[in-house]
Design a protein around this ligand. Sequence first.
Ligand code: HEM
Length: 507
Amino acid sequence: MLSINNLVVVTCIPIVCWTLLRTYKLIVNYFTARKLGFPIIVVPVYRDDWWWLVTFARFNWIRHIPAVGYWLPRRGHAWTLQDRYLPHRKHGDAFTIVSPTRVEVIINDPAVGVEVQSHYKAWQKPGSRYEVFDLFGTNVLSVNGEDWQRHRKIINPAFREQNYKLVWAESIKQAGQMLDTIGRQLDMSITLLDVRNHCVIIAMHVLSAAGFGHAHDFDGGFRGVSAGHTRSLADTLMYLLSNLLWTVLYMKYNWLGYGNPTRYNEVMGVSNEFRQYMKEIVAYHRATTQAGGGGQSADIVSALVEADEAAKREEKASSLRPMHLTDQELLGNLFVFNLAGFETTANALTYTIPLLAANTAVQDWVGEEVDAVYKDGEQPDYEDAFPSSVRVQALMYETLRLWGPITDAPRWTSSEAQILRIQGREVLIPPNTYVTTNFSGIHSDPRWWGSDSLTWRPQRWIELDLTTGKKSIAAPPDGAAYMAWSIGPRVCPGHKFSQVESSLSFR
Ligand code: HEM
């Protein structure tokens, strides 16, 4: 039997080795970062370290220890939203965060941000950050290079005007039903949590109908279970998205299930149910397309499957290299549409409604436009009403400027060094280095957005064409950049989808 002393030694050896290894890596990374010539912040953990993601909530007390807890604010994924441009005031428009895991340059220079986001071949999405999205298969969000071109070519046709009409119709339905539901309540007071819950239902139902052809009533919640299933599609998605971290961990490391078999079985059961739903939807649209009945549905999946079948036919005819998506990749993309399309839009709505409620001047200003567009309470067509709803669109632009769901975006040099022009000099960024564009900083810095840069003022987005008298969404001020939906070839394909949906929700 092991004595207490031996037990302590056996337990301590791995911990000491691990600490020594991390210290060594920290020193190596520190010297790599010094060559870049930017100010350096040294932190003991990186925000992507999975063990840290699971445990960091327990370490909040560290921030109160003087000279030790300084790094804690930079420990989580949303630190750029909390700090915005302020760290750059102190450290400049580029500084480096060094941890044992990574060297990461943080950028607050709009021109450099646009360069890094736009040149997708040189500046790739790092696998270690994006592979969590590969739960059900690789997809357009996570892949790089030629693979990304192949994915994007197939998914682009899914985001089309026909689909936006469907988003419009479904959003009108959901918003109307939501107002009826609230109107029927005896107690008319609404908490912020109610707002959040209503926005979640709207975003999920619009996505379910316009994305997957599964329509639900607003007050039906997430009911409506299809034959052969135990949960509705929307309910399945809600579960997976609310338990994303555990879903990722259990699917990647099955052995973690021994820690909590009940939760493991539930998570895996719901994941299988989601996979089954997606397979059924794809099989249905594939059969319809192969039988010559394509082009009839406007939802995203049907367009995706049609484009994929067309790519297969093209390959056969010209014996080109494979250009279609495998079944696994189709599934991966469908999951990512749900993930990227739901939480982002639900968040934008959740922030905008209280901001609007607290700003009566903005309410009146938007109300004027809504009264003009929705004369006598009629439901105007998408083609007429959406382009005229410029003030309504400005609400979303302004909310995303300050409270966008994606607060920064990392790119990396992968195995090849890249040259980046920053602050008037050319810097050689070594292999394996992250360069992260701080969207929240760039969107809020008073140097570009003025002294009221932190004020929610949708009016800043309106531009008047003096010759035609038409109003439109203004470009960002000189020197600024707006990247709420990213920018360049990898811009968000759901940009207009989310705008059409939110326009209706504010009518
Ligand atoms: C307010 C709503 C939305 C915001 C603010 C938003 C923002 C973004 C941003 C910033 C990116 C780039 C991410 C990166 O580079 O890491 C992105 C990519 C993406 N978004 Fe959205 N998004 C929204 C809605 C949607 C919707 C509704 C869908 C689909 C239904 C969608 C699907 C995607 C996909 C597939 C990508 C990956 C594109 C690529 O890498 O080629 N998004 N989005």
